[in-house]
Design a protein around this ligand. Structure first.
Ligand code: FAD
Length: 404
């Protein structure tokens, strides 16, 4: 049994490890170190309710400070770990050296920035509370925003800004928004939704140059347009925070490489959440989602205490844009067919991704029922007939019953 477990990173996954360790009865020392000067908090509202100002700051935090005191989880916030000495099993924290029996890297990811020639340092990103503090004052009626990147964060931000009567132009370099993560049908739906709300979406368009002006910026786009804007935000994806691991000689390749138990190639060091590159079937991947951060953290806590249980990620994700809720069950990687089901009355719809006859994932748009049923089918490893999904005469519940 370990005497001292140190967790680097006080985000969703780091919190999950610490809370689960205590829940499972680990009563020795836990130290959690976080670079941000804030108790562990949820990030999804940063591009949704918290950004609009409808959610209070206090509600972002998983637990109040008292929880960590009661659970005897030592919090070192506002401090960044720069070095790991693996031979001595210590880490350096400013002038202090802390030892560990087991070390968990829960260092998350950082937003990609635009290069210096595009004034990267002056362009907003959206990852941390401090980013929202800088960005929120910009979101005011009549302002003009350029959003670079049509992934979930760029689109959620566009929705918040458009609702606040900001004039929004969003450029996406690839030929459609959400290209990396969703089928054409889902992209089409969200493009229409944004257009209907006054957001100008330019796909296959890149930011070529950005020049500062007395009032803001002039953005030159690859379609030869030059547009004046007041502020610019980049939502162009993230990079895993694996610098500390790399510096320490831990194997990394697109994130910190872990085995199915969450362990790196150093048996005393584990990695969880966004920073970890994990095995899934015959491939490796990083999963950037709340559900993964929670589940991976909990699985690694159990494995630290000897469970020796492989972690199999179940991926659930969501996005809120205007009054539309997108819920995603499963991972669509490798799909070769998308089947569309439109809910009776035409209010909601769902996109079912198949590989051959195997159901991989479901995008449910204002359709919680499809999401729930799709999720249960995927969890059970069962696949409905694509024709039954398309056929509105067939109740989804019946589809499930015939399979179980
Ligand atoms: P993080 O939450 O990034 O935490 C890592 C922490 O480690 C950070 O605080 C970092 O500062 C700290 N750290 C890094 N290096 C060091 C160091 N050397 N020393 C000390 N501390 C260090 N997911 C969903 O499923 N649904 C959503 O709708 C959704 N919306 C999102 C909206 C936004 C705006 C963002 C930014 C993310 C969203 N996500 C969403 C993704 C989700 O929030 C992440 O997958 C999740 O936060 C990952 O948790 P983590 O603990 O691995 O990393």
């Amino acid at each position: 049994m370990f005497e001292q477990i140190v967790i680097i990173g006080a985000g969703q996954a780091g919190y999950s490890v610490a809370a689960k360790l205590r829940e499972l009865g680990f009563n020795k020392r836990i130290i959690m170190i976080g670079e941000e000067d804030a108790l562990p908090y949820q990030r999804p509202p940063l591009s949704k309710a918290y950004l609009t100002g409808t959610m209070e700051r206090e509600r972002l935090f998983f637990r109040p400070a008292q929880f960590y005191a009661d659970e005897n989880i030592e919090m070192r916030l506002g401090q960044r770990v720069e070095t790991i000495d693996r031979a001595a099993r210590t880490i350096r924290l400013g002038p202090e050296t802390l030892s560990y029996d087991a070390l968990v890297l829960a260092t998350g990811a950082r937003p990609r920035r635009l290069p210096q020639r595009l004034l990267g340092e002056k362009v907003h990103v959206l990852r941390a509370l401090s980013d929202v503090d800088r960005l929120r004052p910009q979101i005011r009626p009549g302002r003009r925003a350029l959003i670079v990147g049509g992934g979930y964060i760029g689109l959620e931000l566009a929705a918040v800004a458009a609702k606040a009567k900001v004039y929004v132009t969003l450029v996406e370099a690839s030929d459609r928004i959400l290209q990396r993560v969703a089928a054409r049908e889902t992209s089409d739906y969200f493009r229409e939704l944004h257009n209907a709300n006054g957001v100008r979406i330019l796909e296959g368009t890149d930011l070529q140059a950005l020049a500062e002006t007395p009032r803001g910026f002039t953005a030159t786009l690859s379609n030869d347009e030059s547009i004046p804007v007041d502020f610019v935000v980049a939502g162009i994806g993230v990079e895993p925070n694996d610098m500390l691991a790399r510096k320490s000689g831990i194997a990394c390749n697109g994130g910190i490489l872990v085995n199915a138990h969450g362990q790196t190639d150093d048996p005393a060091i584990w990695a969880v959440g966004d920073c970890a590159n994990l095995p899934l079937g015959d491939r490796r991947l990083r999963i950037e989602s709340v559900q993964n951060a929670i589940d991976h953290g909990a699985a690694v806590a159990a494995n630290l205490l000897g469970a020796a249980k492989p972690y199999v990620p179940e991926t659930w994700f969501w996005s809120d844009q205007y009054d539309t809720k997108l819920q995603i069950a499963g991972l669509n990687i490798g799909h070769d067919r998308v089947v569309v089901r439109t809910a009776p009355g035409g209010k909601g719809r769902s996109h079912w991704y198949f590989k051959g006859n195997t159901l991989l994932s479901v995008d449910a748009i204002n359709e919680p029922r499809s999401y729930m049923i799709g999720k249960r089918l995927i969890q059970a490893g069962q696949s409905p007939r694509p024709a039954d999904i398309e056929n509105l005469e067939i109740d989804l519940k019946r589809v499930m019953e015939t399979l179980t």
